[in-house]
Design a protein around this ligand. Structure first.
Ligand code: 26V
Length: 811
């Protein structure tokens, strides 16, 4: 932990400001002040960073590399200050200069290099690895444009590119001298030498992979790990100049553009797999660069390649980095000269894989032709892996041709990345108990039968440092006051808070904290949306990616129903509620975009309906991102986790809300089940179909949404309202939603769960009426949230998968 006093900090800040901007502080803009502040924090971090690297090199401890196409970091300044233990000093020093730290922090652009849960999980894991003193590094892509910015115009989502690097990035360091070459296309020349085969890649297109390193600061422990993101650049000497000299100017420019497009933009889809060649290029690009640099470093430290698996763990976040398996094989066999079996032993012992979804449409499968043309040598390696795997299957499942073809890595003209990931790694994990059971018993049951020991569960987690200490200082102070500070290093100590829940004054304080956080949110809603909401109303929050399976439509339909009920009976005994939505839809996902438009139309009608006396309000917050979540979560009363059971692998916002004392309304899906197990049925509101019921419908059929429509007058009314012009002068505007529910038999059981959801919401209404009871529920949620810290998750990965030591104590 750094010990820097206020005065030193202040002087360092002023000096930094002048140094980088060349003007006096009093003449500077807030943007410039932010940059100076980030600059000094970077300086403080750098010293520890260097020390950590040196220590790691010396200790020879196992290194973990977390490969992910996405790292959704959000802002870094606040986290760095918190983890360095400098937040209070910094705040005080800036105050003396009449600068407000919270305001300055807003000048940092969110680092939005991820779509949602999977990318944010990677970011939480980095924080936990550093804080637990695990030598763990991230490896990914430095997209020039992150996840698009969402504008809501006339109620509709419009995508705008995210120019997050426009003002520069204070945290990254370009390491040009650590660049690697990644080879695409071309042909493989085979030579037979001394009875062995030698493979040479010729006529390929080289791409220069340049790493940018970002520090990952551990919590008050003198550890700074590294996130390495790769940027694609043209290999200048070899290509540009030779082309220039031959007068092939355009060709040189074309080459440059095509190369740079690789790390240009993050794909904004997170559930519909499309076999885009550029995405395959992105995948090989960062995996190959990452592995080459890991091995280069390993050998520089005198590592013996035959013992790689003892010193290195490579983790792949979903199937996106699966090419790590054939790439490592290629290097071990072609470049290191190991025989296949030894290379295979090392590779499978080194690689482990996490699955994050069972949605069939998200499974990655690459067409052979595309794959082979782009990655000719890698394709040969995958073919060999497949051949040997199929031999294993033939021995095990003699005559069961269908099963063998179902399990093959290459079949139907495609390469199945999940199969390659399972076969080529020593561990396959799901992200919540139910999800892992579904993988074992259903989605991957054939593989589970073959390799039962590979499969394991690691329920997700969130870093309580960002999602409690940083984002909810008021609650953090109350917790410190009551249970002391041990929960910071041992989050399960939050359970001590349970004892204080009999104490009226603690409950009152809890209520006041929530109100204060809701007031902040109220203000943001007014500033950004021009809607005035009542902070004393129930803040009922549904924020996440917009997807049919997450069922924003179910929520919207019950709001429409509630509005009907209020019109019919203005004296309806409901607590005032503010319905808050936020989230982005994939640009090509029509139904999701239509859902956003519907919510906005419903909001417009309800917010302007004087008959209901402001009892309910609906808000759609534009451009949901990590920083916005940090503001919304602490100000939430009710957390909506209402996915169709079996579809949400885990969910992580459910954990964030819980930790901040929101009550959850949920289906028994993903980690909601484990949250229920922690707080018991008393302190969560559960509704809807169970997993078994859903599977039974899949197996035996029998669900008929029209029947429900015909038998439930409330449903009939709200569904008819979708297409009778009530919510849009163009009656056809929401036709797709209607058709989805009626004509296409409601794939996600929205109508089936409708009644049970409404009754659950009625229970919420009753509970909220009794503030003492409600605050107790909130407190119970906080007290039992410790297990959902990603420190627990990472400790399980470290001991159960990676074989790395976990050292808590400060160095
Ligand atoms: C999938 C695909 C498929 C094709 C195209 C691009 C693309 C990009 C990302 C993904 C990942 C989707 C899976 C995902 O985000 N799963 C979420 O993972 C969270 C962390 O484990 C988990 O909490 C969520 O329940 C799960 O939906």
């Amino acid at each position: 932990m750094l010990s820097i006093d206020r005065k030193t900090f202040k002087i360092a800040f002023i000096n930094k400001f002048v140094e980088i901007h060349g003007v006096e502080l009093k003449d500077g803009t807030n943007q410039q002040k932010y940059e100076a502040l980030a600059g000094i924090v970077r300086d403080y971090v750098s010293r520890t960073w260097l020390k950590t690297n040196k220590r790691n090199n010396k200790s020879g401890q196992k290194q973990v590399y977390y490969f992910s196409m996405e790292f959704l970091l959000g802002r870094l300044l606040g986290d760095a200050l918190l983890n360095l233990g400098l937040r209070d000093v910094c705040k005080a020093a800036l105050e003396e200069l009449n600068i407000n730290l919270d305001e300055l922090e807003n000048f940092e652009h969110d680092q939005g290099l991820g779509n949602g849960g999977l990318g944010r999980l990677a970011a939480c894991f980095l924080d936990s690895m550093a804080s637990l003193n695990i030598p763990g590094n991230g490896c990914g892509i430095r997209y020039k444009y992150g996840f698009f910015e969402q504008k809501i115009i006339d109620g509709k989502q419009v995508e705008v590119s995210d120019e997050w690097l426009k003002e520069g990035n204070a945290w990254e360091t370009r390491k040009a001298n650590k660049s690697e070459i990644v080879k695409f296309g071309g042909e493989i020349k085979v030579d037979y030498i001394n009875g062995g085969m030698n493979f040479t890649h010729v006529n390929y297109e080289p791409v220069l992979a340049v790493p940018y390193d970002t520090p990952v600061v551990g919590y008050e422990n003198d550890v700074v790990n590294t996130l390495r993101l790769w940027s694609a650049e043209a290999v200048s000497n070899e290509f540009d100049y030779s082309s220039f000299s031959r007068g092939e100017f355009l060709q040189a420019i074309e080459y440059k553009n095509s190369v740079e497009s690789i790390s240009q933009v993050l794909y904004p889809e997170d559930s519909f797999y499309k076999g885009k060649i550029l995405r395959l290029k992105q995948q090989y690009f960062f995996v190959s660069a990452g592995i080459q640099s890991i091995l280069r470093h390993f050998k520089k430290q005198d590592g013996d390649i035959r013992f790689l698996d003892e010193k290195v763990a490579l983790h792949i976040n979903d199937t996106h980095p699966t090419l790590a398996i054939p790439e490592l094989m290629r290097i071990l066999v072609d470049e290191e000269g190991l025989d296949w079996d030894e290379a295979w032993r090392i590779t499978t012992n080194t690689v482990s894989y996490t699955n994050h979804t069972i949605l069939a449409e998200a499974l990655e499968k690459w067409p052979i032709d595309m794959f082979k043309t782009l990655l000719p040598r890698i394709y040969m390696v995958v073919e060999e892996i497949n051949k040997r795997f199929c031999e294993e299957l033939w021995n095990k499942f003699q005559g069961q041709w269908q099963k063998i073809s179902d399990m093959a890595i290459i079949s139907d003209g495609q390469i199945k990345m999940a199969h390659l990931a399972i076969v080529g790694s020593h561990s396959v994990n799901g992200v919540a108990k139910l999800h892992t059971e579904i993988l074992k018993k259903k989605e991957m049951s054939n593989f589970y039968y073959l390799y039962p020991n590979k499969f394991n569960n690691k329920t997700n987690g969130i870093t309580h440092r960002r999602w409690l200490l940083k984002s909810n200082p008021r609650l953090t102070d109350l917790l410190k006051e009551t249970i002391g500070e041990s929960f910071i290093k041992h989050p399960t100590d939050l359970v001590n808070f349970e004892r204080f829940l009999e104490d009226k004054s603690t409950l009152e304080k809890l209520g006041k904290i929530k109100l204060a956080n809701k007031e902040v949110l109220t203000n943001t809603i007014l500033q950004t949306q021009g809607i005035s909401v009542d902070p004393n109303s129930i803040f009922d929050v549904h924020v996440k990616r917009i997807h049919a399976y997450k069922r924003q439509i179910l929520n919207c339909l019950r709001i429409m129903d509630l509005h009907n009920a209020l019109i019919d009976n203005p004296n309806l005994g409901i607590e005032p509620r503010t319905f808050i939505f936020a989230g982005k839809a994939a640009p090509g996902y029509y139904l999701a975009k239509n859902t956003i438009e519907l919510i906005n139309s419903v909001a417009k009608l309800i917010n302007n309906d004087s008959r209901i006396n402001d009892k309910i309000k609906v808000v759609y917050l534009e451009n949901y991102n990590v920083s916005m979540a940090e503001e919304i979560v602490p100000g939430t009363d009710l957390s909506e986790q209402i996915s169709t059971t079996t579809k949400e692998a885990s969910g992580t916002s459910n954990m964030k809300f819980m930790m901040n004392g929101a009550v959850t309304i949920a289906t028994l899906d993903g980690a909601n089940i484990e949250i229920r197990d922690e707080v018991t049925d008393d302190d969560i509101v559960i509704f809807g179909l169970t997993a078994d019921e859903v599977f039974n419908y899949y197996k035996f059929g029998g669900y008929n949404s029209i029947e429900i429509y015909n038998n439930d007058s409330r449903i009939k009314r709200v569904l008819n309202d979708l297409i009778n012009g009530k919510y849009h002068q163009d009656k056809e505007r929401f036709r797709s939603i209607y058709e989805n529910l009626i004509t296409y038999n409601d794939e996600f059981f929205v109508l089936k769960d409708f009644d049970s959801y409404i009754r659950a919401q009625d229970r919420v209404n009753t509970l909220f009426k009794d503030p003492v009871k409600w605050q107790k529920m909130c407190g119970q949620n906080i007290a039992h949230s410790g297990i959902f810290s990603s420190d627990r998750t990472i400790e399980q990965y470290a001991t159960g998968i990676w074989g790395s030591e976990v050292i808590y104590k400060n160095l």
